[in-house]
Write a protein that binds this ligand. Structure first.
Ligand code: HEC
Length: 167
């Protein structure tokens, strides 16, 4: 075989290989490679958010893990906390529950479900965590969830203030 002939065969082989690769490059032969971005756990606009991954903790703290029960009050009921709680209560709660917590706030007459009396034994003997959860999640159709209005610390301050309504 002459040198030229061998060279031509080599070129032919290279051209065939490149040609075959081009079939994939220009998607004449289409392969759904698994590295495509759309094939991944993601959610599209207007779709329900994905459930929280297992063992992850919400940025606001473990108190928000569903089914974990009521959290324990980490904020000491000192003068500063109670004073902060009073200010926050007057802004966020007094309109319904009344400044004295008895449930006769200024908008109470217009509500279908009357705001609870926060001075009662059932509220006052319950745990701080239970009151915290009511503030956080509200009561469907009756009391709004205030977790977006009050930070976690704010809510504990309000809990400490609500305790001063007790006997
Ligand atoms: C829009 C009016 C409204 C606002 C604002 C509101 N609440 Fe309520 N709250 C209600 C109503 C109505 C109920 C009764 C819910 C029920 O019967 O299930 C209630 C129930 C509660 C309870 C449960 C009482 C029980 O018997 O267990 C607590 C505790 C409470 N509220 C605390 C608060 C605190 C603290 C704030 C402010 C951070 C607040 N609420 C803001 C209307 C309100």
């Amino acid at each position: 075989m002459s040198l030229i002939k061998r060279l031509l065969i080599l070129i032919a082989v290279v051209v065939v290989i490149l040609g075959v690769l081009n079939l994939f490059t220009y998607e004449v032969i289409k392969v759904d490679w698994l590295s495509f971005m759309e094939i991944q756990p993601s959610f599209r606009p207007m779709e329900k958010p994905l459930p929280v991954p297992e063992n992850s903790i919400p940025v606001e703290g473990a108190a928000y893990i569903p089914g974990m029960g009521a959290p324990v009050n980490p904020v000491q009921a000192d003068g500063v906390s109670i004073e902060r709680g009073r200010l926050l209560y007057d802004v966020n709660c007094a309109l319904c529950h009344g400044a004295d917590g008895k449930g006769a706030g200024s908008v109470a007459p217009f509500l279908q479900n009357q705001p609870a009396d926060l001075t009662t034994e059932s509220v006052q003997t319950g745990s701080d965590g239970a009151v915290f959860m009511v503030i956080s999640n509200g009561s469907p159709g009756r009391m709004p969830a205030l977790n977006e209005n009050l930070t976690v610390r704010d809510r504990w301050d309000v809990v400490n203030y609500v305790r001063t309504f007790g006997p």
